[in-house]
Design a binder for this molecule. Structure first.
Ligand SMILES: [Cu+2]
Length: 150
């Protein structure tokens, strides 16, 4: 392979950007628009990716699962959008008995309470009123969680 051919091959491998820069003959003014276009393209891609992930977040946020374990809710702090359903899920393997009780919520929200259960049980509530919800297990004082609906 002669030197010229090697260089052309290298140019093909380097792709359009480098070939474009070479064709511009080092003229900075001619290279600038390409760079600006590339930057704009990247920004547009970033925006598109952002709104996609935001939509995915919104879909995921319609339902949030909280694990009910022995003496804890996990997560114990939640921030969710209004209209999200919170699903408390008890373990498959029986442990101690727990429940979910709304000890304090935003004004106008009725107290709710799940059944007492040790396993294989779920309880769900759709929370629409904005504000802070304090959830407790009525059997275990240390078992609490806080949900902020925004
Ligand atoms: Cu409990």
């Amino acid at each position: 392979m002669d030197a010229n051919r090697r260089e052309r091959t290298a140019d093909r491998r380097a792709g359009d950007t480098r070939r474009g820069a070479r064709l511009a003959g080092g003229a900075v003014l001619q290279r600038l628009p390409a760079t600006a276009l590339l930057a704009a393209g990247c920004a547009a891609l970033a925006v598109a990716a952002n709104s996609r992930s935001e939509r995915a977040d919104a879909a995921r946020q319609r339902q949030v699962t909280v694990k009910v374990g022995d003496y804890f809710y996990k997560p114990s702090q939640l921030r969710i959008r209004s209209g999200t359903t919170v699903v408390w899920r008890w373990p498959r393997i029986p442990g101690d008995v727990h429940d979910v009780y709304l000890a304090r919520g935003p004004r106008g929200v009725r107290k709710f309470r799940s059944a007492l259960a040790a396993s294989d049980y779920t309880y769900k509530r759709r929370l629409t009123r904005r504000g802070t919800y304090r959830i407790i297990c009525t059997l275990h004082a240390e078992m609490t969680m806080r949900i902020v609906v925004r």
